[in-house]
Ligand binder design. Sequence first.
Ligand code: ZN
Length: 362
Amino acid sequence: MNEKTNKDLYYKKAAGLHRECFVCDTHWDLAPEIFLRRMAGEKNVLKNRYLDDLKKGGFSLVVSSIFARAEMIPEKGLYEALSQIASLADDVDSVSGEVILVKNAADLERVIRKEKIGVMLYMEGLDPLGNTKELLRAFYEAGVRGASLTWSRRNFFAEGCCRAHEYFDVKGGLSALGKETVPFMEKLGMFIDVSHLNDDGFAELCAIAEKPFIASHSCARSVHDNYRNLTDGQIRALAAKGGVIGVNGYSAIAGAGARDAARWAKLSEHIERIIGLSSYDHAGYGFDICTPYYEAETHTENTPSGDCVASHGDAIELTAELLRRGHEESNVKKIIGGNFAGYFRRMLRQRSDLYGSYTDRI
Ligand SMILES: [Zn+2]
């Protein structure tokens, strides 16, 4: 059998897994992009730009960030965050036959059964809250199910880490407010994401957190030395708590050229490093497809992309590579979504709201 036939076989097998199993991407700047496109007069973003591709990739759940641009902080950060939630909700409404917002355990089961494609909201950085952690309750009621304390900049909650193309050993971890916010989020039922925390912040959060937390879009630093990636010790610590790591497909973070043939092997190496340090139960996909967001922000098209995974349909290539490298189908199912399905099953409540059921007063 020649190499090409083999490649096709693995691709076919991977496509079958994506069609039949729960497939999840834990980081996509979807709500920020939809907001910007709607501001520019565009409607039906999911339907016209993404639905076909999500179906091709067999995606069951995507976790969308809510992200405030630097120029909106502080005064308009809250406005921008709420506008992104409103824009996403409107856009999901326009494809309500096929897409739902995942807010509770029953919603998750629907997307696990592949009845619909799910979108779950989380905040990438708590900057829109200013210094008022109690606003998280309002975001919870609006459907937000998780957050990272920081993006790559300092805020009232913690020091950030540097951006993907930079490398600093950023000192300083969580503020007093940040340390109060970790148990507050756990009580609310929000998942915590450590992807943009610096090393000091990770250590402090790890010491405080009682529930498993995730890295929604990070790779292994020992495979590619970028400060946005997790050290071996951090990977072990996150796994010991029962968390999952969504491997990032952005070229500067993954350490692969966005169009290099070797990018699938490189992403697999990150996954294998995580598996080697823990087990098959802690690796997932968190591709960080961000060129479309950048284009929406800058009103450009066809810009050079840093996305190794250019689209959700493209994700099948990575799964095919994992199969080609000899990973058992049952383990590959965990990586493409099974691990995150288990994690979100543990995190999501039965009900979408907290009214009358949330007795732990602030
Ligand atoms: Zn990010």
